[in-house]
Design a protein around this ligand. Structure first.
Ligand SMILES: [Zn+2]
Ligand SMILES: [Zn+2]
Length: 331
């Protein structure tokens, strides 16, 4: 079957010349400047988000919709960049993909967010109160340090939850729908079975006394990093960013269609340094993404996926029982 030239997974090594880098160095100086600027878009976006929350007046921080407005602005910005700086033609957004992505994004900010608050944040806050846990000194730390601590704390839990999902079968059944996406786009990070989305949203941040601005900043930072890590944008941020934060190169390899085994790397949703520390980091990227011969799932199939083996077994048992009664010789 025909596949685009950059379709297969390729890994760069120190001894091998990177074709993309070679092409960039051969290009005219204008093109090189352009490539550099495009590569710097994710770090600049991240810096803009940190600056926004760092300088936002208290009234903005406390207003109920500021977090959502910034989150939507980030998503619109990254989705818009897909039209200007497309990475792969095969990942080009269309109406069906966009409608699905928007459905899951709304689900994430409503049902999933509400559920995670009810089953994690609120019980943890009650526990914190009962045990008299107080960490007011955290609020005295510089704003950027607090925001980084929050994102590291959230991502540390997500890293292990995600890794567990790739190693424990019932958990994999909840996570597999996210791997059934057949193209990557700005909002694809929100696409998955709702059980998985809740599990991945759990964190222990509610046990600590960080400033509200730092918590919101960390949430929006995650939106920027994971947004770009799923987006069809040809930004390849420099090492000062990609050493710590997950990029589309890392995450597309995690989504590779090559084989299931090949997806078992680069678990960090936004913080790739955990993979570097815990030995699951792999360099490279993949343009062809998906699971099980790249079968795209409908929203209904994504919702039913974890229960499908049980349903199938029940159906098989029923059919078997029916056969026993009516057509005993059939085989
Ligand atoms: Zn995964
Ligand atoms: Zn993903």
């Amino acid at each position: 079957m025909h596949q685009p030239q950059d379709g297969s997974t390729h890994r760069s090594s120190a001894s091998q010349a990177d074709p993309a880098a070679q092409a960039a160095s051969d290009a005219a100086p204008g093109a090189k400047v352009r490539t550099t600027i495009v590569n710097l878009i994710p770090p600049f976006t991240l810096a803009a988000v940190v600056a926004f929350w760092g300088f936002a007046p208290d009234a903005w921080v406390e207003a109920p919709y500021t977090l959502v407005i910034v989150a939507v602005a980030i998503m619109a910005w990254i989705q818009g960049l897909e039209f200007l700086f497309e990475r792969h033609e095969g990942w080009r957004i269309n109406r069906r993909e966009f409608a699905t992505d928007v459905f899951y994004t709304v689900l994430m900010y409503t049902v999933v967010g509400w559920t995670a608050t009810k089953i994690a944040d609120e019980p943890l806050m009650a526990l914190k109160e009962r045990l008299g846990i107080a960490t007011p000194w955290l609020m005295e730390l510089p704003f950027v340090v607090q925001a980084l601590m929050v994102i590291m704390l959230v991502e540390f839990g997500q890293y292990w939850m995600h890794r567990l999902m790739h190693n424990v079968y019932p958990l994999w059944l909840t996570h597999a729908p996210h791997h059934h996406v057949t193209q990557l786009n700005a909002l694809k990070g929100a696409v998955g079975n709702p059980i998985e989305l809740v599990l991945i949203s759990l964190s222990v941040v509610a046990l600590f006394d960080f400033s509200l601005a730092a918590i919101f900043c960390a949430i929006n930072m995650g939106g920027v990093i994971s947004g770009f890590a799923h987006a069809n944008v040809r930004s390849n941020p420099p090492l000062f960013y990609s050493f710590l934060f997950t990029t589309i190169r890392h995450h597309s390899l995690h989504h590779t269609a090559l084989s299931y085994e090949d997806t078992r790397c680069n678990y960090g949703n936004s913080i790739i340094v955990f993979d570097r520390i815990f030995g699951t980091y792999r360099d490279g990227e993949s343009a062809i993404v998906g699971q099980d011969d790249r079968r795209r799932l409908s929203i209904y199939e994504q919702f039913m996926f974890p229960f499908q083996p049980v349903i199938d077994r029940f159906k098989a048992g029923r059919d078997e029982g029916g056969k026993d009664k009516s057509t005993p010789s059939a085989g």
